[in-house]
Ligand binder design. Sequence first.
Ligand code: GAR
Length: 189
Amino acid sequence: MKKIAIFASGSGSNAQNIIEYFNGNRNVIVDSLWSNNENAYALIRAERLGVETFTFSRDEFYHSIDILDELTDRKIDMIVLAGFLWLVPRYLTEEFPIINIHPALLPKYGGKGMYGHFVHEAVVKNKEKSSGITIHYVNEKYDEGNIIFQANCDVEKSDTPDDVAQKIHLLEHEHFPRVIEEVLYQGQD
Ligand code: GAR
């Protein structure tokens, strides 16, 4: 049995999709959902699906090891970032395999400030013909860990950033849970 903790800052459609994918699975359990944003809709989605939730402040995240202690007590095997926007500190990257989903084809459109809608706005502004998703390991720099999986979608001339966001979310929902499952059982390279 492998245990996942999901970290999410916003709407949480990926978090919900992951929880639903593993619901009833005897090998993988979504143990808890963690957020830096007490208004994150991700918290409501998780609670509705019976997953325990935790919120934390910047101070707790960067200047204490309370979160590490709790994750260790809960015997978490992997942290999954699903729309989590803070840089993850070293005390966590050293302790757990952590994977993130990014809404672009890294190394393009990555780095600080490149998240969510800002990515899709930049893609449309630059008249890209395609975009996609990247699932990667997390280290202490934004979007620079080893890439595990990428998938592409076309960007039409008429696409708005919202249209691109919709295509990206479809790709994320299709691939992220399956890739998490594969990584859990193959271990980090
Ligand atoms: C997702 O598109 C995810 O790739 C992105 O935030 C969105 C969260 O959507 N993450 C980043 O931009 C991280 N740099 P959700 O809250 O509906 O899952």
